[in-house]
Design a protein around this ligand. Sequence first.
Ligand SMILES: [Fe+2]
Length: 98
Amino acid sequence: MLYTESLDAPADDPDLDLIRFDNGALLSHDIATGAMHITCKGDLTLDVAGTLTQKASAHIVEGPVTQTGGDMTSDGISAQQHTHHGIIPGPASTGVPQ
Ligand SMILES: [Fe+2]
């Protein structure tokens, strides 16, 4: 990481590479733990020309999720096209998921 003598180092932890912006946004990488962190003070957009793949031991989403532009599948089952077995068609809507 390059710093200048005219600016204070953004962190004094030798294991931490940190870029801090004036509005509080920051990018950090802890070499000791391998953890990376992004703090964004506005919208964050990933504009990917190809496939975006996420691999993690777990995914945690805090907040509502909106997906557009096509179907969504879970283990090959379509959210828009899947059917339910053992249902007798009638005029009523189903209840909430249980
Ligand atoms: Fe369903």
